[in-house]
Design a protein. Structure first.
Length: 131
């Protein structure tokens, strides 16, 4: 009997997605989706997809260094504590993005702007480039 993770990896491999690590593979899928949503001018959705991608990469970096990661959405403090945060990634900007775990989904009063969505994608890509 296969675990859900093994089944998910098999499915990703069938789709032609390199499965060196399922967390990174999923993060890349969210980044691709963020780009697609941005192109379609769905900035709230794009922001949330980029935020999710950044969260997954951050957790992967922690798992690689420490063997585990926290269950909370914003592991910025742990990244700093374990000195895992890449030098070209702003700790403040990453913490702000990861701490904003509901704005893309529920931020109806203050929709995400084009610039905010683009900045979220850029930050997620910077983080992923270090993975």
């Amino acid at each position: 009997r296969k675990s859900l993770l093994q089944v998910d990896c098999a499915t990703m491999a069938e789709r032609g997605i390199e499965v060196s690590d399922p967390i990174l593979a999923r993060a890349r899928q969210f980044l691709d989706a963020a780009d697609d949503s941005y192109s379609a001018e769905r900035f709230d959705v794009s922001y949330e997809e980029a935020r999710t991608a950044a969260e997954l990469v951050a957790k992967w970096l922690l798992q690689r260094k420490t063997g585990s990661y926290p269950k909370e959405h914003n592991p910025s403090r742990e990244l700093a504590t374990h000195q895992v945060l890449p030098a070209n990634v702003s700790a403040k900007a990453l913490s702000r993005l990861l701490g904003d775990a509901s704005r893309g989904a529920y931020g109806f009063a203050e929709p995400v702007t084009r610039l905010e969505a683009k900045n979220a994608i850029t930050l997620a890509r910077l983080l992923a480039a270090n993975a």
